[in-house]
Structure formats: structure tokens, C-alpha cells
Design a protein around this ligand. Structure first.
Ligand code: PGA
Length: 250
């Protein structure tokens, strides 16, 4: 069975609650595509107003992070139960910006992935290499290690539902999109790694996105690759162009 594409926006630290409602209202009619799952991952404070604004549409609202404990004395963090209660279905985990600026590691990513699954949330698990690592020729080794640690103790049933976002760090927010060949090569290697860990059925089911300067012009070729099941989109998800990305196949 063909995998359903999943195209997610990552708003990062943009949009006040008022702006979030306006953006959802603007994009709502533009992101209609029955062939694709459409997700807006928004700042925590925007989740509830964005959810309200997206009601009755095909847009699912996701979070950009969660904490790996159930509740308690963790000032400033967001618990999985809070996300579930707000109606969230997807959560980005281990984005490279969180790894770089907020000290997230493969180990904390793994804890968050396990916690997301425990609460029925679908994690969008990010991985990606730096430009130095690509030049050193260790991209695939690096990504395989990130994936293996992220999936420690994740069951086969859970892994089938996971989403992985391959985002080369040098392509994020730089306007420097990976070539289609580079993106497909790594996404295929990720699927092969999942096959080693869980078997062919899980590898066929899991969805792997490409992220990093995806635009309306690069999306059609990227998303047509056999191992690329959609995208995680930053900058362009805040603009009407996101409608063109979602409708890459029209
Ligand atoms: P970008 O961001 O599309 O602005 O490069 C992608 C991401 O960081 O998820």
C-alpha cells in the first residue's frame, strides 16, 4: 500500500496567538489536498487558538516540543498530557535547533519519543548532519546512529506510526536545499536502517520527510522520490506558498 504523504509546517518561534489565528484563516482554503496529511506545528501558546481556527478543516495542529516527564516541578515545560488534552496529534522531537540551543541529545530525544508514544502522540523525529559531517563523508553513519538511539525501546507497532524528518542542518533556513539525489539517498538509508531494526513491514509503513529550505518550486521533485513521504517546512509554512507545497502534486 502506498504511504500517505505528510506535509508539516514548523512555525518555530513565530506568530503571536492573534497572528496564529490570522495565518490559519489565510492558509485554510489553500492547504486543501485529500491526498496528503497536513499538519501545522505551532508554538505552545498558539496551540489552542490555532486548533479553534482550524476546526472543520483538514489541518491537524501539532506541537514543536514536549517534556519527557508526566508532570511536576519542571518550570516552563509542556507535558504530553497537556498536548493530548488540547487535541494535539503530532509533536516535533529533536529538531536541530533544539539540539543546538537547548542541549537536546539523542538520549533525551529517545525519552521524548517514548513519552510521546505512551500518550498516543505521533512524534516527528528529526535527524540531520552538519556541513562538516557531510564533507567528512560520515552523513549516513551519523544519521543511522541518531535513528538507532531515537528508536531504542520503541516497539514495532509504534515505529510503524512514527514520522522521521531528515533535515540536513546546512539546508535549514539557508535557502540551500539539498539536491533531490542527496535527499533521496539519506531517506532511503533511513528506511534501510528501520528495516534492519524492525523488518520490511515497518520500513514500508514508516513515513520519512525531507526538510530544509523546501519551497513551492523544489517540493514536487523532492516529494516524488520513492523514499520521501512529504516535508517538514519552516520559512515557507508561514506564507501562502505553503498551499502550493501541500498541492505539490496538482
Ligand atoms: P526551513 O526550515 O524550511 O526554513 O529551512 C525547516 C525546518 O527547520 O524544519
Amino acid at each position: 500500500m502506498a504511504r500517505r504523504k505528510i506535509i508539516a509546517g514548523n512555525w518555530k518561534m513565530n506568530m503571536t496567538p492573534t497572528e496564529a489565528v490570522a495565518l490559519v484563516d489565510t492558509l485554510k482554503p489553500l492547504v486543501v489536498n485529500d491526498d496528503v496529511d497536513v499538519v501545522f506545528c505551532v508554538p505552545a501558546i498558539d496551540i489552542i487558538p490555532a486548533m479553534e481556527a482550524a476546526k472543520g478543516s483538514n489541518i491537524a495542529i501539532g506541537a514543536e516540543n514536549l517534556y519527557f516527564e508526566d508532570k511536576g516541578a519542571y518550570t516552563g515545560e509542556i507535558s504530553p498530557a497537556m498536548l493530548v488534552d488540547a487535541g494535539v496529534k503530532y509533536v516535533i522531537i529533536g529538531h536541530s535547533e533544539r539540539r543546538e540551543y537547548f542541549a537536546e541529545t539523542d538520549e533525551t530525544v529517545n525519552k521524548k519519543v517514548l513519552k510521546a508514544f505512551a500518550y498516543g502522540l505521533t512524534p516527528i523525529i528529526c535527524c540531520g548532519e552538519t556541513l562538516t559531517q557531510r564533507e567528512q563523508g560520515i552523513t549516513i553513519d551519523w544519521i543511522r546512529q541518531q535513528i538507532k538511539i531515537a528508536f531504542l525501546n520503541v516497539t514495532e507497532e509504534q515505529a510503524k506510526k512514527a514520522v522521521i524528518a531528515y533535515e540536513p542542518i546546512w539546508a535549514i533556513g539557508t535557502g540551500k536545499v539539498a539536491t533531490t539525489e542527496q535527499a533521496e539517498e539519506v531517506c532511503a538509508a533511513i528506511r534501510a536502517c528501520i528495516k534492519e531494526l524492525y523488518g520490511a513491514e515497518t520500513a514500508e509503513a514508516i513515513r520519512i520527510q525531507y526538510g530544509g529550505s523546501v519551497s513551492a518550486s523544489s517540493a514536487p521533485e523532492l516529494f516524488a522520490q520513492p523514499d520521501i513521504d512529504g516535508g517538514l517546512v519552516g520559512g515557507a509554512s508561514l506564507k501562502p506558498d505553503f498551499g502550493k507545497i501541500v498541492n505539490y502534486n496538482k
